[in-house]
Design a protein around this ligand. Structure first.
Ligand code: G1P
Ligand code: ZN
Length: 543
């Protein structure tokens, strides 16, 4: 095996964020850019000699080229084995599972999640550790430090790699294993859910549409829903992963999945409409005539999880990210379960899951998952819904309605102001932080601020602290507004404003979500002075 050491120098803009390094494709194609980052990951891993690595991506533009580079660099850096998904395809939860199942040192996932793909779209590289979860901050900091002092990278000449056929290729001291992208993941799902009950549900005439948005979940959904579970052919649409996702914006919300949403609201609606994102970790759930907000979905799944075999013994606890609505808290309270409130980002759930403190976790951004892997999992959420529907034999709407009757309703929305000038966004956040103490008693219409803070998290497992995770404004009566800046955007800043208003009892059943939140929206605008500071009269996306 011929190994070359290539001289290089540090390149700007290689600080990995909460979801690894995300940049535009042309940036990743620039000379040494990908290679520098991969070498920096490897330099930060002291135990790599003789180790195994899982590798796969969501199939977006540049995936195959990047796979070839990472394999050749892993071989040159002393790894003994790389396990790559067939065709370079692995969904994020499937990669997390493989890392755990095969006990590898970790894995590299090539994805920019829900960001658009294609030659001018986004690309990303993320390292997951041996527990299957996103690298902890200590490791991403170490990787960043390596990017600042890199002087060379190592790459092997392995010739043209065949990643399209399942099997093993031996090189001198290095093994490339191409594995089925779906098989191990599907087997895991079969241990969690009552597949016979779901099969019987489909056999009874239950109809579903699953939109894979031409992203990674297509092959998984086809094999599991249409193959294993006998859903009608055509249940899965946009089921072939394409480098540009067929032009879809693979962020599964009612805005991007407009066709699916309109179908779900129409006379011809199937019983369940669902979708996932670019790399398969997010989910969208729409029942006939009802979009289930991710926060509500988390609460309903937590309240009903015991209907699926894996969770029959009950949950150890529930975790949600801070901006996620408190709907899950009501379930935890009533069931006597611990509830953990963490900063935004899946990595904060890892310690809680590893320590056995929680079984189910979720975020308002359409991520839900459990202790079966260390990532959120889109298809898992759809399968858990299907398992619950198969047992209860009620509509999604009736299940959610019953849930609101029992636990009350948390009206909820997120307003995003995208590609805002970064300096203006920073000024807005700073302005809020400086006024936290002064906001108590502030009145806007009938709303009165009862307290305000900047969320800080103390990890109960490793004792670490994370400060400045978002400004929270609480109102008398339980309403809440949260402001934070996105950590995953690739252009300018994105201001996220999260709005929540709780109503106990059956009154809210037929009420319109956005109408219920209108006074809070006005207060949120006024308190942060959004229009004046950002020049935006309205958010660019409301979910
Ligand atoms: C967004 C979501 C967050 C999620 C992350 C990665 O991060 O809000 O919940 O964990 O993507 O999928 P943000 O852009 O808000 O920092
Ligand atoms: Zn994703």
């Amino acid at each position: 095996m011929k190994i070359t050491s290539v001289e290089t120098r540090p390149l700007a803009g290689q600080k990995p964020g909460t979801s690894g390094l995300r940049k535009k494709v042309p940036q990743f194609q620039a000379p040494h850019y990908l290679e520098n980052f991969i070498q920096s990951i490897f330099n930060a891993l002291p135990d790599k000699t003789g180790a195994s690595l899982v590798l796969g991506g969501d199939g977006r533009y540049f995936n195959r080229e990047a796979i070839a580079i990472v394999v050749a660099m892993a071989a040159a850096n002393g790894f003994a084995r790389v396990i790559v998904g067939q065709g370079g395809i692995l969904s994020t939860p499937a990669a997390s599972h493989l890392i755990r199942q095969r006990k590898t040192l970790g894995g590299i996932i090539l994805s920019a999640s829900h960001n658009p793909g294609g030659p001018q779209g986004d690309f990303g590289v993320k390292f997951n550790a041996g527990n299957g979860g996103p690298a902890p901050e200590s490791l991403t900091d170490a990787i960043h430090a390596e990017t600042l002092r890199i002087s060379q990278y190592k790459i092997a000449d392995l010739g043209t790699l065949d990643i399209d056929h399942i099997g093993i290729t031996q090189f001198d001291g290095f093994t490339l294993e191409v594995t089925d992208s779906v098989e191990a993941y599907q087997a895991l799902m079969e241990t969690l859910f009552d597949m016979a009950a779901i099969r019987a549900l489909f056999a009874s005439g239950f109809r579903m549409r699953f939109d894979a948005l031409s992203a990674v979940t297509g092959p998984y959904a086809l094999r599991i829903f249409e193959g294993l579970l006998g859903a009608a052919p055509g249940t899965v649409v946009n089921g072939v992963p394409l480098p540009d996702f067929g032009g879809h914006h693979p962020d599964p919300n009612p805005v991007n999945c407009r066709d699916l949403y309109e179908l779900a609201m129409s006379e011809a609606a199937p019983d369940l409409c669902a979708a996932s994102d670019g790399d398969g970790d997010r989910n969208l759930i729409i029942g006939r005539g009802l979009f289930v907000t991710p926060s509500d979905s988390l609460a309903v799944l937590a309240a009903n999880a015991h209907l699926a075999p894996a969770y029959r013994a009950g949950l150890a606890g529930i975790a949600r990210s801070m901006p996620t609505s408190a709907a899950a808290d009501r379930v935890a309270q009533k069931r006597g379960l611990a509830l953990y409130e963490t900063p935004t980002g899946w990595k904060f759930f890892g310690n809680l899951l590893d320590a056995g403190k929680v079984t189910i976790c979720g975020e308002e951004s359409a991520g839900t998952g459990s202790n079966h892997v260390r990532e959120k999992d889109g298809l898992w959420a759809v399968l858990l819904w299907l398992n619950i529907l198969a047992v209860r034999r009620e509509s999604v709407k009736s299940i959610v309605g019953a849930h609101w009757r029992e636990f009350g309703r948390n009206y909820y929305a997120r307003h995003d102001y995208e590609e805002v000038d970064s300096a203006a966004a920073d000024r807005l956040m700073l302005g809020l932080r400086e006024r936290l103490g002064a906001l108590k008693g502030y009145r806007h219409g009938a709303l009165v601020v009862s307290s305000a803070d900047d969320f800080a998290y103390h990890d109960p497992v490793d004792g670490s602290s994370s400060a400045h995770q978002g400004v929270r404004i609480m109102f008398e009566g339980g309403a809440r507004v949260v402001y934070r800046l996105s950590g995953t955007g690739t252009a300018g800043a994105t201001l996220r404003v999260y709005l929540e208003h709780y109503e106990a009892g059956p009154a809210g059943l037929d009420a319109d979500n956005h109408a219920a939140l209108a006074p809070l929206v006005a207060a949120a605008q006024a308190i942060a002075d959004i229009t004046r500071l950002t020049g935006r009269a309205a958010p660019s996306v409301i979910t």
